[in-house]
Design a protein around this ligand. Structure first.
Ligand code: AMP
Length: 218
């Protein structure tokens, strides 16, 4: 099973991916999380990725594609994955197609999350993450039980370095220029599912994930 999470930063891709991963028993592969781990460990890849991530730009395609290719070779990925934040360019999507073809695996669904821009900025500003178990919180909409502490593992929550207003703006611009063409790319292939995430309609990542799980596991 292969699922792709598409959408601008802050739309809730990680939330949907982590619920799908748990319920469908396949790993969530978040390229952002993998890069952040490398940055923390100051690996060569981490030092390179940080130069782009801190400016709200994309890490070069070749580096990112190779990273995902080797992740897909790992034993736990053999029954499928939820790709969270990959692909982010048409080139990455084309490379992924080649890999899936080689593996004779089909793409089940591309979940495209759409959120009004003012809400995106608010959601990112209020986002806190657990650097340990990767749980995601929103200090207004879904706060942890104890302020600043992860409900799941008790680790102290942090605000991502790139979750600041300046970087958010360039991340959004990067999304519109380089990632949004993927909506058309996957729409043409017929497996795109677009979902609105917005407080205006009281629909969040959790609701979307639950609907998809119900449909897939019925
Ligand atoms: P995310 O956690 O998905 O918001 O990703 C954080 C940052 O990592 C992005 O703003 C990019 O700089 C980088 N990144 C994550 N996934 C990719 C990708 N597929 N291609 C290039 N850069 C990526």
């Amino acid at each position: 099973m292969i699922f792709i999470m598409l959408g601008a930063p802050g739309t809730g891709k990680g939330t949907v991916a982590s619920i799908l991963s748990e319920k469908m028993n396949i790993p969530q592969v978040s390229t952002g999380d993998i890069f952040r781990k490398h940055i923390k460990e100051k690996t060569e890849l981490g030092i390179l990725a940080d130069k782009y991530i801190s400016k709200g730009q994309l890490v070069p395609d070749e580096v990112t594609v190779n990273l995902v290719k080797s992740r897909l070779e790992e034993p736990d990925a053999q029954n499928g994955v939820i790709l969270d934040g990959f692909p982010r360019t048409v080139k990455q999507a084309e490379e992924l197609e080649k890999v899936l073809k080689e593996k004779q695996t089909k793409l089940d669904m591309v979940i495209n999350l759409v959120t009004p821009e003012d809400e995106i900025i608010e959601r990112i500003e209020n986002r806190r993450i657990c650097p340990d178990c990767k749980a995601v919180y929103n200090v207004k909409l879904s706060p942890p039980i104890h302020e600043g502490i992860c409900d799941k593992c008790g680790h102290e929550l942090i605000k991502r370095k790139d979750d600041n207003i300046e970087t958010i703006k360039s991340r959004l611009q990067t999304y519109f220029e380089q990632t949004s063409p993927l909506i058309d790319f996957y729409n043409k292939k017929g497996n795109l599912r677009t979902e609105e995430v917005s407080k205006k309609i009281n629909r969040f990542g959790k609701d979307i994930a639950e609907d998809i799980v119900k449909e897939f596991l019925k």
